[in-house]
Unconditional design. Structure first.
Length: 297
């Protein structure tokens, strides 16, 4: 992997992935609709980074794809907690973006697609990559639709792909809709939130640097046409995070005990989560307090 194209580059995971790639001296073309986010301003100092502030459907991607051997597709405009609304429009909008990206995939250009545990819905027992899928959210439906499209077109046009199914991701810059951000914001600011909402996935949890590492490993791996569950290895991780945040009084119990198995990624990609929950929570709190302090200046 010498040069990567990253969609959703200004997003939570996208920014950390771009940083990880640049640290490995991999050139990065990042695209996002955000015009001048702080995250991009930070990594734009790197000579190997180029930012395209545009909607993917509104720009000719061909000049930017020159020399890229991996496409990381993270962009998704629907939140995991989004309600069922405008289903056909939302699915069609995401599918059109994916089709455009896949037109640039080829024998020497692999696509890494970032999916989610949401494709499984809620079930009981152990879940592996081949387990039945039953999304119960609009986000999960979109992710599964795009997964299926990648596999179908890859079979037809013979391009390499890897699908990465992630759990809830936390850490510095976590989106406001996530449970941990809500708890931290409520605890460390004057804006008290009356009701803390639950993440769509509580079966596992992954620190954002570990998520970026998993994607990096997929990008440089010789593996192709594979699907991987990315796991912390601890099915109680999400609940342990609430305890670390001293928010254990918040009751979010799942009716069904689902255990996502991530051994395939460990065996084939060499991925193993490294960040301990206490360390990760402290980093997220520190980042939140730093941003809060900067906003007052």
């Amino acid at each position: 992997m010498k040069k990567a194209f990253v969609t959703g580059a200004a997003g939570f995971i996208g920014f950390h992935l771009c940083s990880r790639l640049l640290n490995e001296e991999i050139d990065v073309i990042g695209i996002d609709m955000a015009e001048s986010p702080d995250r991009i301003d930070f990594i734009a100092r790197h000579a190997g980074f180029q930012y395209v502030a545009s909607d993917i459907n509104d720009v000719d991607l061909k000049p930017y794809m020159h020399g890229c051997d991996v496409i990381f597709h993270l962009a998704c405009s629907v939140k995991p907690t989004a309600q069922w609304a405008n289903i056909e429009d939302e699915v069609q909008r995401h599918v059109s973006v994916l089709k455009k990206l896949l037109s640039y995939a080829g024998e020497n250009r692999k696509i890494i697609y970032v999916s989610s545990y949401d494709v499984y819905g809620k079930r009981s027992g152990d879940v592996v990559e081949k387990s039945p899928k039953n999304p119960e959210s609009l986000f999960g439906l979109i992710k599964l639709t795009e997964e299926n499209m990648i596999q179908q077109l890859a079979e037809k046009h013979s391009f390499p792909f890897i699908i990465m199914r992630l759990p809830t991701v936390y850490g510095p810059g976590q989106p406001e809709h996530n449970t941990y951000h809500q708890v931290i914001s409520s605890t460390h600011s004057t804006e008290r939130k009356e009701k803390i909402t639950k993440d769509s996935v509580t079966e596992d949890l992954l620190f954002v640097d570990d998520a970026a590492e998993a994607l990096f490993l997929a990008g440089k791996s010789a593996s192709v046409n594979e699907i991987y569950n990315i796991s912390s290895g601890n099915p109680d991780h999400w609940q342990e995070g609430l305890k670390e945040l001293k928010a254990e009084k918040i009751s979010f119990t799942e009716k069904r005990k689902m255990r996502i198995k991530g051994e395939k990624a460990e065996n084939e990609l060499g991925f193993r989560a490294k960040t301990k929950i206490k360390e990760g929570i402290q980093k997220q709190i520190f980042d939140f307090m730093s941003r809060k302090s900067d906003s007052k200046k």
